[in-house]
Design a protein around this ligand. Structure first.
Ligand code: SAM
Length: 278
């Protein structure tokens, strides 16, 4: 008997009507479903009256579980890979299993459908030159700033996932780096309280700062137009970045004066303001 097939099956990101006919058929026909959280997937399967057995496949044990699934595929049984919502292996477990399948000549078949990144990009109007998707941003401010600053020269839209707890702080970082760029924020896409807001970052900060609690799932697109961004020649932006990275004012001033060929006393003046000493 030949090997089985790994089907990478997209599932809804909220609205259950978004599942495809093909996804329902494949999930009914495979021998086993590999699911990020079996409880979440069982609810989906019950809704569509699918009886297929489910085994877990989550991040912390991804490699060991992927190897076990590989053996099942080698034995000739088909597996449907799903995540809690959206497309598996997109900021979700799955890349390792898919890679193992390719390495072992196991056929991988995508069953495309919903994904939060594609849903918002298509409805943002900000990705005319394409987009760069960076998954989740780091949670620490310094790492977040470092990640975003690396996209200063990016002409394409920059898309990321963010948690509602961190969104305001992330918008503040965007304000420092991209004050004039448009940002599209999508919240609760395809769900009852779906919201898509587009505007400059200050508009979004004003909008969300008013709310006691920001709920739901969020995707962000930052416009790729770099006409108004700070450049890497901006001593104040660099001082703020180095401060975030934990450098002392003295070291940061010395470094920036040297790197940019500026007088130390001029950079020192900026440093006093950035370090709140003036
Ligand atoms: N693989 C999924 C996909 O293809 O969309 C993404 C999984 S990732 C772990 C989950 C993140 O996706 C959420 O924290 C949120 O940033 C984003 N997300 C998922 N569903 C969403 C929705 N309905 N509306 C907005 N963002 C969503």
């Amino acid at each position: 008997m030949g090997s089985g097939v790994l089907y990478v099956v997209a599932t809804p990101i909220g609205n259950l009507e978004d599942i495809t006919y093909r996804a329902v058929r494949i999930l009914s026909e495979v021998s086993l479903i590999a699911a990020e959280d079996t409880r979440v997937t069982r609810k989906l399967l019950n809704h569509f009256d699918i009886q297929t057995p489910v085994k877990s496949h989550y991040k912390d044990r991804e490699l060991a579980q992927a190897k076990a699934f590989l053996e099942i595929l080698r034995a000739g049984r088909d597996i449907g890979l799903v995540s809690d919502a959206g497309t598996p292996a997109i900021s979700d477990p799955g890349q390792i299993l898919v890679e193992l399948c390719h390495q072992n000549s196991i056929k991988v078949v995508p069953i495309p459908g919903p994904s939060a990144v594609v849903a918002l990009v298509s409805s943002s109007g900000l990705c005319k030159d394409g987009f760069v998707f960076i998954g989740f941003l780091p949670s620490k401010k310094s790492a977040k700033t470092k990640t975003l600053i690396s996209f200063q020269q990016e002409h394409r839209g920059v898309v990321f996932y963010e948690s509602p707890r961190r969104i305001l702080k992330t918008l503040e970082v965007c304000k420092d780096l991209f004050p004039q760029r448009k940002i599209c924020l999508g919240r609760e896409l395809t769900k009852l309280h779906e919201e898509i807001q587009v505007g400059k970052v200050q508009f979004l900060i004003d909008l969300y700062a008013k709310k006691d609690l920001i709920r739901g799932e969020i995707v962000v697109v930052v416009d790729g137009d770099d006409a108004n961004v700070l450049t890497l020649d901006d001593p104040v932006a660099l001082l703020e970045l180095l401060k975030e990275q934990g450098l002392t004012m003295k070291d940061a001033v010395k470094k920036i004066a040297k790197d940019l060929g500026l007088s130390k006393s001029d950079v020192y003046e900026h440093g006093l303001r950035v370090w709140g000493k003036r």
